[in-house]
Design a protein around this ligand. Structure first.
Ligand SMILES: Cc1ncc(COP(=O)(O)O)c(C=O)c1O
Length: 386
């Protein structure tokens, strides 16, 4: 009855289809598959954290928080960044609490990307960057990581920079490859950007999931990167509560001032009791410092179980994802194998070609090991029989 098409008009995102996560998730549910596809834990968060949220509600923190976020939370975040990375952000002017890292990234793009501006995206990339660029009239420009080791081709990156380049989005530790940018790589990036006015969005949601004694090299550690960067983080990832959708970003005050102009009209502020709880929970730094070893045990357990299989791998350096190379098994495209694994073997993973430019098929699948031991055991058993 209603002329839906006329009302809808031309799509602002004509190329956006149902995400691979939804497609794979639906298929996994239909076939009762073990789900190692989506990036979230299947174990519970700390009860202490939940109690702190309940307490905050009972203490009456149920109305709007400050637009920038509860001051006590911004203050403890600033202290954490200073301690870990040596950068001082002023809690009043340089830290904002957001609806997950996703909103921080979306808002940073919205605040700075004008129609016709180019934004460099490093592929394979998490899927929330490009729609935000396109919705703001920006043009995504791709730098594709190498298939062998997922490293940046610096000449390619330099060649993509021109007077229209407004922004560059980086992600370390990197989803889906599990690579972390080394100090040398961050220094290299800093030198390339030094003569430019490019703003960096540094997606660091896996900042506390780094293995084998390596360090997370936050953009905030490097003077000439920090002065142009939004460092975006996620409490969902760090505290096993992705469903709470809470994160933050830190940036120099002039950039943050502009960011907040958009932020206040997109969300105004975010969930108040959860902010109170996070501020209290962050007082004990073990809650985030112990995450590296917590997830390293899971990664090592998963990988030791895979030694005897036909899958090959380079151990993930960070994140809770592991890429498995299946080239000894088959030369199928990744999405075909992922589908077959769900239907025939009842195990779900993510084909990463959809995150590459030109759907490049790397012959790898992404598995999330943020799962209970018994889930990982069952997955190993299945992978041993493929
Ligand atoms: C690289 C990356 N960035 C951002 C996000 C989203 O973070 P949040 O849930 O805090 O919005 C994810 C979630 O999977 C991610 O993998």
């Amino acid at each position: 009855m209603a002329p839906i098409k006329k009302l809808t008009g031309p799509s602002k995102l004509p190329d956006v289809k149902t995400t691979i996560f939804t497609t794979v998730g639906n298929l996994a549910r239909k076939h009762g598959a073990i789900d190692l596809s989506q990036g979230f834990p299947n174990f519970e968060a700390d009860k202490k954290l939940m109690e702190l949220v309940t307490l905050a509600m009972h203490q009456g923190h149920n109305q709007y928080a400050a637009m920038q976020g509860y001051y006590g939370l911004r203050e403890i975040i600033a202290k954490k960044i200073e301690k870990l990375h040596g950068r001082v952000y002023h809690p009043d002017e340089e830290v904002t609490i957001t609806v997950g890292a996703t909103q921080a990234i979306f808002t940073a793009i919205t605040a700075f990307v004008h129609s016709g501006d180019e934004v460099i995206v490093i592929k394979p990339a998490y899927d929330c960057y490009e729609p935000a660029i396109v919705l703001n009239g920006g043009i995504p420009v791709y730098v594709q990581l190498s298939k062998k080791d997922y490293k940046i081709d610096w000449e390619d990156l330099k060649g993509k920079i021109n007077t229209k380049t407004r922004m560059l989005i980086i992600n370390t530790p990197h989803n889906p490859s599990g690579r972390i940018f080394s100090k040398d790589e961050m220094l290299q990036l800093q030198e390339i950007l030094r003569p430019t006015d490019i703003i960096v969005v540094s997606d660091e949601v896996y900042e506390h999931i780094v293995f084998d004694g390596e360090e997370h090299e936050s953009a905030s550690r490097f003077d000439a990167l920090a002065e142009r960067s939004f460092v975006c983080a996620s409490f969902g990832k760090t505290f096993h509560v992705t469903g709470w959708k809470m994160g933050y970003c830190a940036a120099p005050s002039d950039l943050m001032h502009e960011f907040r102009k958009s932020h206040q009209f997109a969300v105004f502020c975010v969930d108040h009791p959860v902010q109170r709880a996070m501020a209290k929970y962050l007082e004990d730094e073990r809650h985030y410092l112990e995450l590296n070893s917590f997830y390293q045990k899971k990664r090592d357990f998963f990988l030791s179980g895979l030694q005897q299989t036909k899958f090959r791998f380079t151990p993930s350096q960070g994140t809770y994802f592991q890429l498995l190379d299946y080239s000894e098994l088959t030369d199928e495209r990744d999405e075909d194998l992922a589908k077959r694994l769900i239907i025939d073997y009842k195990l779900a993973s993510i084909p990463i070609s959809s995150f590459n430019t030109g759907q490049r098929n790397d012959g790898v699948l992404r598995f999330c090991f943020a799962k209970k031991k018994e889930t990982l055991e069952a997955a190993i058993e299945i992978l041993s029989n493929v």
